[in-house]
Design a protein around this ligand. Sequence first.
Ligand code: NAI
Length: 697
Amino acid sequence: MSASYEVRGNVAVITLNNPPVNGLGAATRLAIADGLEKAQADAAVSAIVVTGAGKAFSGGADIKEFGTPRALAEPNLLSLIKLEEACSKPIVAAIHSVCMGGGLELALGAHYRVAAPGTNVALPEVKLGLVPGAGGTQRLPRVLGLETALNIIVSGEPVKSELLAMQPGQKLFDRMIDGDLLEGAIAFAKEVAEVRPLPLVRDLKVKHPEAQAFLQFSRNTVGAMSKNFPAPLQCVEAVAASLGKDFEAGMKVEREAFIALMFTPESKALRHAFFAERAASKISDVPDGTPVRPINKLAVIGAGTMGGGIAMNFLNAGIPVVMLEMKQDALDRGVATMRKNYEGQVKKGKLKQEKYDERMALLSTTLSYDALGDADMVIEAVFEDIDVKKAVFQELDRVMKPGAILASNTSTLDVNKIAAFTKRPQDVIGTHFFSPANVMKLLEVVRGAATAKDVLATVMQLGKKIKKTCVVSGVCDGFIGNRMIEQYSRQAGFLLEEGATPAQVDKAAEKFGFAMGPFRMGDLAGNDVGWYIRKRRYLEKPDLRYSKTADLLCEMGRFGQKTGAGWYDYVPGKRDAIPSPLVEQMIADYRKDLGITPRKISDDEIVHRLVFALVNEAARLLEEGIAQRASDVDMVYLTGYGFPLHRGGPMCYADTVGLYNVVQMMKRFAQNPHDDATFWQPAPLLAKLAAEGKSFS
Ligand code: NAI
């Protein structure tokens, strides 16, 4: 059923019924249109109430139909709203819980609106790189005024109905209903049943004392804040068109903007990310509904950089945490760092003092493994050393209760090996958080060879509870994200050898949209981390070529911001990266040793060598089944590595460029005598897709 119809007394009630949020799919639209027709044909009906069953009035477009012909099937939303406006009997939209996007536009087509307090009202289209497409930009200013409507449309953020109802002169809601919404709506419908002419939002006028000045101010601020995205400014222009006298002319402006934006790479990227986030939570052989284990208490081993941040995630979600360390002073330091972090949030007004107290009250500490027996899950975040991990996991195997989940936050070690230290490898999993763990959205969930399906399902659900974007990775060195970043870093090093400076590479990457270029990122994370990994690589894979510039930098003691110097110089206490003549000289000397005459490298070449290094490695991860799908790789890069959202992730970007073109560029890079020709051998999957004219998506 997509919408039901019933008559109560002399009021027809059309109830949208398309779980979970009454998306306006083709069948639902048709059922609403049928209901309107039936109500008009029935002489006993004098008014109509439209409402939603379950958890929403309507969340808007049905995402299951996005991009399919069904999304446009008649009656489309515009036609449906025309039917509402042409209806000979008054329509009352009874709004509750969620009223967003097309759902709000449908409500604005009704003659009246009544609402329950607590309803989230929004036009979130801008978040998908679009403007509202069914009159939202024209009707919302007519009922809420220019400023409030513009703020709602440009931000895409929900606003509570009771706040909107308090706006002076607002005409969005005709009545707020505290008790039974449907009963209240029916009573209201009876009151207005005979009122003629029927009021239409389109007939209202948008007024503002200083409209043009306000619009100019909006253009300036919105333009500055949304430089990579065209949609917010288009929202301003569409709302500006609502000031004209001719409603249809405004609708035309909105329509043209909607269609133009639909084809922009930015909207494509945002829509891709929207669906990628949802897809990432699906695991092909772990169906929805797989039973999960209850996690009411968590243990964290190690109160260092990661342990403290990890613990905070769970405290924030109301889950008690017991934290274990080897020594009391390490424990005290860890807790003090957590406190400092929370206190910073309190100072900035982001956290209430009571909440801070509540969260800290959920934390206990111990030096004894025997105190962990009542925890349902443990996350280990001790030194990255397999022997230390072995000792820890053997202790955990001894003390943790049967069925408890044993997770490691290792970033480079073999989760299968760690699982084998216990007698319960089915309960062992990797949870790879990113630093700072209480801030970064990404959580790589590492599935060991023996990890039980319910363990995986539990950790995915728990990840969602602590507001992470969870992406499943198989076991390999570096998992998805770090295995790819190693190839990106290798290219960054080769670029220095050939003539680029760290600042030039970073600038090109940042102009492309990366939050930080590779060298600024290295200085922030610590250049010694990569040095440590490379030393291991030199033994494991002696044929793999790395630029030695990063090693020379570390030999100079320039580990990055923490040592006050890295690829860049830093003024004590500041984070501004200042190009270092010393480093540039070191690179120039090294070039000379290699016999390379430096050349000018274009920003375009820099960006494509960095990004396609990621893409080629990701194609291998897909072939090996380490990553489940290309869009998972994109989620890892968007949420963990500062890849520009408006590009949709490396795989989405490669699809936009066209895989044939990607392979052609890689062939050109391979001809460069100073680059590594084997590096640019396209992964078989990439070569195959390119040859077949296909894309990753
Ligand atoms: P850290 O050195 O800041 O903290 C490790 C803590 O573990 C120290 O406080 C130490 O006293 C404690 N510890 C060591 N052995 C112990 C034992 N046997 N029992 C109890 N506590 C013990 O290290 P960090 O950076 O927090 O890393 C921890 C883990 O997280 C490592 O496996 C690392 O690879 C991983 N990781 C680190 C990231 C980072 O950016 N720092 C990112 C993602 C993962």
